[in-house]
Design a protein around this ligand. Structure first.
Ligand SMILES: [Ca+2]
Ligand SMILES: [Ca+2]
Length: 125
């Protein structure tokens, strides 16, 4: 009897978790996940894969300051900040770079092919 009660409680807990997780899981996909006023970067092309968002630049995507897991791992961006950003191959805004323009037309862009999966710093200006 006691054991049965425990199982029922566990099921209720799982159901609540599922309900709480549903809105974020189903609300948006691809570039549509990017909140307004943010610089969003994606590990896959066309806004796919893991997304990280930035309000200000990040001089080193490989450290633990700011979002992690994006160093040499960015294939597309959606810039909703209202100003342009530079994406650099090297940490500390060095090496080859690519400009992510603000996209007023409401679309993200794949990064320039030569810098895909190479970006190590983001300059916000
Ligand atoms: Ca960082
Ligand atoms: Ca790099």
């Amino acid at each position: 009897m006691r054991r049965k009660h425990r199982v029922a409680t566990g099921l209720v807990g799982a159901a609540l978790l599922a309900v709480a997780a549903a809105p974020s899981a189903s609300a948006a996909t691809g570039y549509d996940r990017c909140p307004n006023f943010k610089m969003c970067v994606f590990t896959g092309p066309n806004g796919t894969g893991v997304m990280a968002t930035f309000s200000v630049g990040d001089a080193n995507l490989g450290d633990n300051i700011g979002p992690t897991g994006m160093n040499n791992n960015i294939e597309s961006t959606y810039n909703r900040t209202g100003h342009d950003w530079d994406l650099w191959d090297g940490a500390g805004y060095t090496g080859e770079h690519w400009v992510s323009h603000t996209h007023y037309d409401g679309h993200g862009r794949n990064v320039y092919a030569g810098i895909a999966n190479r970006v190590s710093s983001l300059h916000d200006y």
